[in-house]
Design a protein around this ligand. Structure first.
Ligand code: UD1
Length: 339
């Protein structure tokens, strides 16, 4: 298939691009580079052994998006592009709604006009909101606790309505749990532009000496050791889930499908810390502080629907995830080079 990958220079997008090329697909990346460094492109070309076709523009630009679809055929789109920082979304709600919803409107309108009906969309377990029982199943009601989360809830709704209006659409809503890890080569990985918000990149930066110590946000939750429990999933397993969804979209009878991409296993903050210490070979300083506003005690997937319908399941362990995150961070202590 000829596949357009929006946000293909980003963390999850880049790992998916490598697997798409390996699976024999022709890939075109569109990325604004608002939150990715251009040097990732050379790394991807080295990994895939071929030139990567990259278009550098923002999908909220309706004219450029229309121009792309008017001049080139695509069989499918995988739509990763979007702002994703929870705290920033509280500070800049309008920017989050405009960017995340605007890019999806622009993309879906161009797809409809030019007869491209297959779409794989990056959703998030954040759409289960603050009160969901674990393990989380796809049929739970959706809600959110911050503007970033609402953009995911709203984009899902827009896509469900679009699919309902025209049964030729084939749309996959993929709800990611907590993506971590990196490509086994250590040449591509997660490269936060600022101090990381998320646990794994924070741990990696403590381990490499860029940050002094981990702050553990609360140890009084009703969990195995009092710290927050999450379903960490290796980005390579997550990327494989996209390929499985893309292939399934041809056969699926429903215009829209929703699949959790998680392992089904919860890991606490202190358990992940211990696993990272095993990976990097030394202890990591930490301090328990107050809970972070908006955090929930436990989040993990019921992954059975994806297993049954996609024939996909995550295979990599938490130790694999930490080993690969550490390889990436230790080989690239400052992330991707500029330029
Ligand atoms: C967060 C977002 C979620 C988003 C996801 C994207 C919040 C409240 N939620 O998920 O909406 O979809 O990132 O990846 O921001 N922790 C620490 N110290 C740290 C960082 C995290 O103790 O420095 C703890 C947290 O309290 C939590 C766990 O580690 O228990 C995982 O946190 P994080 O990696 O930020 O992911 P989520 O909060 O699950």
């Amino acid at each position: 298939m000829r596949v357009l990958v929006s946000g293909g220079a980003g963390y999850i997008g880049s790992h998916t691009v490598v697997q798409l090329v390996a699976a024999g697909h022709e890939v075109v990346v569109v990325d604004s580079f608002a939150n990715a460094k251009p040097s990732v492109v050379g790394r991807l070309e080295a990994l895939t052994g071929r030139p990567l076709d990259v278009r550098s523009f923002d999908l909220t630009d309706v004219d450029k998006t229309e121009h792309l679809f008017a001049h080139e055929p695509f069989d499918a789109v995988i739509h990763f592009a979007g702002f994703k920082a929870v705290g920033e979304s509280v500070e800049k709600p309008l920017e989050y709604y405009e960017n995340n919803l605007g890019s999806t409107f622009s993309l879906v309108r161009a797809m409809r006009r030019h007869g491209v009906a297959k779409l794989v969309f990056s959703s998030s377990a954040t759409v289960y909101g603050a009160q969901a029982p674990v393990p989380m199943r796809e049929d739970l009601p959706t809600s959110a606790t911050n503007p970033y989360g609402w953009t995911k809830v709203m984009q899902e709704q827009v896509l469900r309505d679009v699919a309902a209006s025209d049964p030729t659409w084939r749309i996959a809503l993929l709800r990611y749990f907590n993506p971590v890890g990196a490509h086994a080569s250590g040449t591509i990985g997660e490269d936060p532009s600022d101090i990381p918000n998320n646990l794994m990149p924070y741990l990696a930066q403590v381990a490499v000496g860029r940050l002094e110590k981990l702050l553990v946000y609360g140890d009084d939750y009703d969990t195995v050791d009092g710290t927050g429990v999450r379903d960490y999933i290796h980005v390579e397993d997550l990327a494989a889930g996209h390929i499985a969804a893309l292939h399934q979209l041809g056969d699926t009878r429903a215009p829209v499908s929703t699949w959790n991409l998680g392992t089904g296993t919860g890991t606490s903050v202190l358990q992940l810390l211990a696993a990272f210490e095993r990976a990097c070979g030394h202890t990591l300083p930490y301090e328990v502080v107050a809970r972070r506003a908006g955090d929930i005690a436990a989040s993990y997937a019921d992954p059975t629907r994806a297993e049954a319908e996609l024939g996909w399941r995550a295979t990599r362990t938490v130790d694999d995830m930490c080993a690969d995150s550490w390889r990436w961070q230790s080989q690239n202590p400052r992330g991707y080079p500029e330029g």
